[in-house]
Structure formats: structure tokens, C-alpha cells
Write a protein that binds this ligand. Sequence first.
Ligand SMILES: NC(=O)c1ccc[n+]([C@@H]2O[C@H](COP(=O)([O-])OP(=O)(O)OC[C@H]3O[C@@H](n4cnc5c(N)ncnc54)[C@H](OP(=O)(O)O)[C@@H]3O)[C@@H](O)[C@H]2O)c1
Length: 326
Amino acid sequence: MKAIVFKRYGEPEVLQVAEVEKPIPKINEVLVRIYATSVTAEDPKMRGFNHPPLLKFPVGLMFGFKKPRNSVLGIEFSGVIETVGSAVKGYEVGDHVFGYTGLGFGAYAEYKCMPENGLLYLKPENLTFEESACIVNGSLSAMVYLMKKGKIKNGDKVLINGASGSVGTAAVQLAKYFGAIITGVCSTKNVEFVKSIGADVVIDYTKQDFTQSDEKYDLIFDTIGKTFMKKCMNLLKPKGKYMLTEFGLTHILAAIFTFLFKNRKIIVASSNFYWKKEDLIFLKEIAEKGYLKPVVDKSFPLEKIVDAHKYVELGHKVGNVAISVK
Ligand SMILES: NC(=O)c1ccc[n+]([C@@H]2O[C@H](COP(=O)([O-])OP(=O)(O)OC[C@H]3O[C@@H](n4cnc5c(N)ncnc54)[C@H](OP(=O)(O)O)[C@@H]3O)[C@@H](O)[C@H]2O)c1
């Protein structure tokens, strides 16, 4: 089968089209013919081994220090089941599915085996394959922060920084679904767009520093890690939470300290460790009811993965970048 492989860490050009062996499903697995995947903001970091100092050691242990242990990247996908293992009960050949590969990656390829009980489910019927692939990472991450950690509820005042990114666009829509009053922070070109997906108020970060206002929030969700902890903590209501997807040692220590001793909390998490199959089912349901629509900024064919990585690395994508595999 065709796949995009990388044998060493480096620039986007280390990603190369190659012929690799087609996987064979075990008895409890299905073989998915991948139709679409994505380039998430994490993918270029994995490709280049560009991690914050704190993460280099654990990431190196898991994925290889000198060269990548998993030569095929890609964490989210959609596709069609081509073969089912003899013990598989819940899926049939021809089912349209979407999911998350887990830390083995492998979605930059024509085929991927997935355990029946893995993070795999029937894809939302109203979404294209590209949209279905792109709904997974951003939305599940936003769900962990807003729902599982933030305990978002109707009427909460929520500020979402990076509201135009993958996690941000999902977070705005999910917060709206839960009845929150949303302030989105983005740049001038995305102001109308962020309003259109559900933000009640939009702050243009090129013109205004939201930390200079007197507004107070139940949740401040910095989806891109570009805010200052002290300033944001001052904007929280009592029992408010400041949540970050990108964090360093200081944030981790502050999160432990506030967890133990303070009313206002700092939340940091590696959200993928909290993802469950029920979460995918929830995403499918709310997507089909029209509450959540993944935003696809650009789409590239698999062969143009280098261009897709270059684009994502700029840090200005709006929502997601899809990769069309079939
Ligand atoms: N901890 C976790 O579990 C977890 C989970 C998922 C993702 N992440 C990490 O979270 C980060 C965000 O992921 P993502 O996929 O959402 O990123 P993304 O889609 O690449 O974010 C790009 C967006 O950020 C906006 N942006 C850039 N600078 C900004 C600023 N100063 N203020 C406000 N918005 C700004 C850009 O808008 P403009 O072009 O208008 O600037 C663009 O729309 C990544 O670093 C990713 O690795 C962590």
C-alpha cells in the first residue's frame, strides 16, 4: 500500500511517499481503507522532534530519540471497513467509520488496522470523509478541557483564546452547545468567522489585549498557549478555571498548587489519555444534530503532505487541514 514514511526527524521533506506492506487485521481488528486523514498542529512537532524541553525526554522515550520508531504519522482518520477479523461483532465490511489511531499513529496511509474496541465508530452521516477525519483531534481535546476538566455548564462565561484554530473552533461550538456565553479571541481576518460559529463576543488580539479588561470568566481556555498565567488568573471568577493545551513546568506546578490550595484552578492535561469511545459517539450525535461542524481550511492529496506540513507549521490555519487519501 501507499504511505507517507519518515525515517529521520527533520524538515517537511523528510516525509516521503513509499510502498509499504499492507497490514493484516488480527481476529479482533478491522482493516480500514483510509479515505481521509489530517495534519494536526502536533504532526509537524512529531516530524521535527520539536517539543518543549520538558517533553523531549518522555516523547523521546516513547517515540525514539535519534530517529522515529513509528515511521508513519497521522492520528485521525475516516474511511471504509474493508475486512473484519473473525471475532469482530460490531462492524461489517463497508461500514463508514472515523477514529483516532492511538499513539501508534499510521493514518498517513491507505490502510490501518484498528481494534474493534479502539477509538473507532461509525462516522457522522452528514459529514464528508474529510470532515469526519478532522472532527476527532480538535473536538476530543476541546471536550476533555471543557467538559471533563472544566465541567462547563449552561450560562458559564467562557473565553476561548485561539478560537480560529482546530481546538478553538471545536471549543466555540461545544461551549455554545452547552449554553455558555462565549468570548472568542482571534485576529482581524477571523472575527466574522468566529462569530458565525457561535461566539457572542469576539476580541481581535491584534487590536485589543483581553487581559486588560475587567470582564470575569468561569473558564478561560487558551487553546494555543499564548496567554500569561498571572494575568488570566486575575480574570477568573471565584472557582474559575484557567486551562491550557500548551504548557510548561511552571504551569504543571501551578496546576498542582491550585488543585490543592486554591479556589481558582489551573488545568493542564494530555487530553488524548482521557478520550473514550463514548466521546466519539457523542461527537457523531451532536454533529448529526448540527451542533458541531468541523472546519476544513484546506485539503491536500496524500502526495502533497510536505506542502500540508509547511502550511500547518505557519500556525495560522483556520480549523483543520485535511488530507485526502482516496
Ligand atoms: N494538551 C493537549 O491535549 C492538546 C490537544 C490538542 C492540541 N494541543 C496543542 O494545542 C495547540 C493548538 O492546537 P490547534 O490544533 O488548535 O492549533 P492550530 O489550529 O494550529 O491554531 C492555529 C490558530 O491559532 C490562531 N492564533 C495564532 N496566534 C494567536 C494568538 N496570539 N492569539 C489568538 N489566536 C492565535 C491562528 O489564528 P491567526 O491566524 O488569526 O493568528 C490560527 O487560527 C497546538 O500547539 C497543539 O499541539 C494540545
